[in-house]
Every structure is written in C-alpha cells, then in structure tokens.
Design a protein around this ligand. Structure first.
Ligand SMILES: *Cc1c(COP(=O)(O)O)cnc(C)c1O
Length: 418
C-alpha cells in the first residue's frame, strides 16, 4: 500500500526481532500454560529490578493499570485529585466515574510537566491524590512534588507510560512516587506484542489487592478462619479459591474484580524487549539529538530538554515555536515534505467531557498557551530507518529555513503561501 508520508507519525516499522521470536517459539512449543505462568513472573521480576519498585504487577494495558491504580485510592465523594492536563486521556479517565473534585494543575513551560509551584497552590486539606505524567519521557520534578505531598499524606501516581528508560538523579520512574503505571502499547518504548501494561508500587497490601483484582477475585476484605462454612472435599484439594471459600470470611466488598491477566506470549515478548530497552531508547535519543541540533539553529524555535541530572526517554519529541503563525507555516512545510506530525496532547480540561464536568479555558494558562500557539511534535521512534531519519532532519531544516525566512512579518496570509 502506498504511504502518503515518507516519515509516518503513527504507523511504524516493527521493533520485534529475533529475540522476541525465539521467546515466542520457545513458549508455544513448550506445552506450558499460555496464561499467567512463568514468563509473566520472569517479566515482572525483571521489571521490578529495572525500576527499583518492590512490586511489579502486569495487566492488559496502561489504561487498565491506571484504572486499578485509581481504584486503590478508595476515593470518596468530596475528595480532591490534582492532575496534569498535558497527557493522554487515559491518565485521568477513571475519575469521570467518581464523585470527586478534579483540579487541573498548570505545567512547566520548559518540560511540559506538572509545575510544582502551581501544584502547591491547588493543595487543600481535601486533596487525596496527585496524578502526573512524565511527559514525553522527561521525568517530572519529583523531589518537589513529593516534598509537597508526602508530609500531607497525599498519594502520588506517576503515569510512566512514556518514561520507561528515563532516569531521574540516578533513579527510575516506577519508584519515584507511591504508585506507577506503564503501557506496552505498540507505540510505547517497549511493547508486549501490541497491548499490555504494568503497575509498580511498594505497599504489600496494595500489591495483594491488585493480584486479586486482576485475577477475577473480588476486591474485598477477608479474614482468615472467620465463619468458615465447612471443609473442602478431601478429593479436591486443588479446588480454585479453596482457601478463600473454606478458610476465610469476607467482611467487606470494595468492588468486583476482573480479568486483566497478561498472556504468556505478551510477557515473553515483554521480557525480550526489556532486555533491549537501552538499545531502543538509545535510538530515540539519537534521533532526538539530531532534531535538537536543527531546532536550536533557528530563531523562534526551542527544544524541550531534560533538566540536569535527568535522562530523557524520548517517547515523544517535542519542541516549541514562537507563535501560532510560525507553527501553521511549519506544519504545512513538513506535511508537503512527507513528514507526518501528530500533536500530543490537547489539554484535557478543554475536552468535551471535562468541559461537561465544569472545566473551562483559563484554568491552565501555560498549558493552553503552549498548545494553541507553540507546541510541536515530530516522529521519533526506533521503527524509523536511517534514511527516514535523514529525510526527517532535512525536511525540518528546510521547513524552518522557509518559515524563518519570512521572519519579520509572518502573518496568517503570508504563512498560507509559504
Ligand atoms: C499510552 C498511554 C496510556 C494508555 O496506555 P494503553 O496501554 O494504550 O492503554 C496512558 N497514559 C499515557 C500518558 C499514555 O501515553
């Protein structure tokens, strides 16, 4: 099929190689279970070691990981949750179902991450949780965020869907707050055959709740040797949930469980991909470095760079231009040169559903200004061939040359003819 774009934004080359194929072959010829077995355990152990988090629990997607993370908070009516507007909708979507007050926190114009100064202004004695993202793979200012939240007993969820492979003063996303979530969707830094997710956390009781919830057990409160109704039939010692049914009493139900089991095939591929993480992220960093060089050479354009002591994982490559006219003109230039641009993300508080919940323009002036005037993303992923990367770099240089050439009086009408 003919592709319109030389450098596609979304459709990617495969990052699945021999190692992943070998792991799959081993699995399907082994005759072992295809659900919740040794590969899942191995992947979770490796993930826990990699992030430094005490527990790593795999699930079927990053969205499900976030649903479960938010469920662990046991939010009640009147509770307040502070969130970033500059993220994918899944970060906060479960809050639409809850009777809680959501406060959108403005972002830092240098990193597009939650701005700790804005966060501090939003904290009240009803604040229960903060949900932030490491935007594009650049870690948020976690020391500042945790200094504001820890003493007040506020739980912080780091949506780390972009940040696998990033570093923060020698530590890694996944162990920088109370709960973290990851996505292994095919666009993310590693993939578990297209869909998958992980929750990392430190608390043993939360880990136990996640294990139960994802395995069709009820998210309830059980006590051992409660009002046991009887004994298991001696002939059926392996009966499913036998200890729960016979040895435990349920004394409270928080909610139903579900099946969010990562398949063995997904876990086998995930383990092989995690082994290759450095190689995959290095490729993103190499592309980003070349784009940064071009962007920095032109007036009116500025890369989004990780602060000192941070390692950027470049799930997204982002830069800012001077104003709306410059952006319009550059988007046209890039499109004409075969580069597909997908802007990430429309500020969530302005989406129809959050609008319906009462949120309005003006809540996050920095996020709004960047998005409507200055925000640019470019393709940056290891599925791009060398020749596509060269094309991208050349197209960006040519586009910026054309656009900044009309620098002095760049207007909407001029831009249209650039
Ligand atoms: C991709 C993504 C998710 C959702 O992950 P899925 O695995 O696609 O469900 C959540 N948050 C952010 C920031 C993402 O980019």
């Amino acid at each position: 099929m003919q592709q319109r774009y030389v450098v596609p934004g979304g459709r990617r080359g495969s990052v699945i190689g021999d190692r992943e194929l070998d792991a799959l072959a081993q699995l399907v010829t082994s005759g072992t279970t295809l659900s919740a077995g040794g590969w899942r355990e191995a992947f979770e152990d490796a993930f826990s070691r990699h992030t430094g988090a005490r527990h790593a629990l795999s699930v079927t997607s990053g969205t499900v990981a976030l649903e479960i993370a938010i469920r662990l908070l046991d939010l009640a009516p009147g509770d307040e949750v502070i969130v970033t507007p500059q993220t994918f909708q899944a970060s906060i979507q479960p809050l639409l179902d809850l009777d809680v007050t959501v406060r959108f926190c403005d972002i830092d114009p240098l990193t597009l991450n939650m701005d700790p100064a804005a966060l501090e202004r939003l904290i009240t004695d009803r604040t229960r949780a903060v949900i932030l993202v490491h935007y594009g793979g650049c870690p948020a200012d976690m020391d500042a965020v945790m200094a504001l939240t820890r003493p007040r007993g506020i739980t912080v969820i780091e949506d780390s869907a972009h940040a696998l492979g990033a570093t923060y003063h020698g530590r890694r996303p996944g162990a920088l707050a109370d709960i973290a979530t990851f996505s292994f969707h095919s666009t993310k830094n590693i993939t578990t055959l297209g869909e998958g997710g992980m929750i990392t956390l430190g608390r043993d009781d939360w880990a136990e709740r996640v294990r139960r919830y994802r395995d069709n057990a009820v998210d309830g409160v059980y006590v051992r040797h409660g009002t046991a109704p009887g004994r298991p039939p001696a002939a059926l010692p392996w009966m499913m949930f036998a200890d729960e049914i016979y040895d435990r009493a349920c004394v409270g139900i928080r909610g139903a469980g579900t099946n969010a089991t990562m398949s063995e095939a997904a876990a086998a591929v995930g383990l092989a991909q995690l082994d290759r993480l450095d190689e995959l992220v290095d490729r993103r960093r190499m592309i980003a470095r070349r784009l940064d060089e071009v962007v920095s050479a032109f007036p009116g354009a500025r890369p989004v760079r990780a602060p000192e002591g941070y390692g950027h994982a470049y799930h997204l490559y982002t830069f800012l231009v001077r104003d709306r006219e410059m952006r319009e003109a550059l988007l046209r230039e890039l499109d004409a040169r075969g580069v597909e641009v997908q802007l990430r993300y429309f500020p969530l508080h302005l989406t129809p559903e959050w609008n319906f919940r009462g949120h309005r323009p003006g809540e996050c002036p920095v996020a709004e200004h960047l998005w409507f005037e200055q925000h640019m993303n470019l393709p940056c992923h290891p599925g791009l061939h060398d020749s596509q990367v060269d094309h991208l770099v050349d197209a960006l240089a040519a586009g910026l040359t054309a656009v900044t050439g009309t620098d002095a009086n760049l207007r909407g009408d001029t831009a249209a003819t650039v």
